[in-house]
Write a protein that binds this ligand. Sequence first.
Ligand code: ZN
Length: 279
Amino acid sequence: MQSQCRIGPAGFPLKGPHGTDAMPYLRKIGLNAMEYQAVRSLRISRRPAVELGSAASENNILLTLHGPYAINLSSDRKLVRKQSVQRLVKSAEIASWMGAFHVTFHPGYYSGLPKELAMQAQKESFKNVLDKMGEKKISVELGPETTGKPNQFGTLEELIELSNSFENVKLTLDFAHLHARAGGAIRSRGDYEKILDKVEGSLGSERMRSLVVHFSEVETTSKGFGEKRHHPLGSGYGPDFSRLAELIVEKGYSFIIICESPLLEVDALKMKKIIAKIK
Ligand SMILES: [Zn+2]
């Protein structure tokens, strides 16, 4: 199968217009995806959200949405869990207004709970969110993201388990976070391959299609484990996008690649060129 990835920035372009005008701009420079950032606010109302979605589809830009950072589905406090569920349902509603098919979010923290209990809490919260989405007839994919810090819930294994527990849940594969959380673990093509094989082996080839992937090079903390700062492509911090690109092309993956480097659309275009060179 031939790889047909969509690529775009995490947020509106740095050098281009924001809002609906961003969509023709992204198309013009050669991109075809964008992750709308609702990381600090869910205040966008229905009309501008619908308008953004129309502009996106007119310009062949596939949208995803990044939900708020203030979400902890496995908090040890009931109220926090409840508010997190509400925020996630609201994120899904906004995504559906925009025609964004996938909501990326950080699922939360272990909050001092043993890992099994944190998992149990996550599953209960996910069920609540999906039930509420069902009542509102919202059907978008929930994409808990592999997280970059050891105190955050969201290892690859945990998110595979969640993805296999619910129909409308499919993890967001953030390579910078996977790299940082394990102390700079992605050094070779083989390291990427292990991750991709694990996801494909558990989710199946069908669900591997249209997987949402986040990419940036990343600096780890001085202690070595955990993300400190994102860096542009080619900065040398790693991981190296070229090795991932080779595997994407060889295996024919059609991912939605969201560029989270500080250069957003500039590096998204760089990624596109790296992939095109291999083909
Ligand atoms: Zn994120």
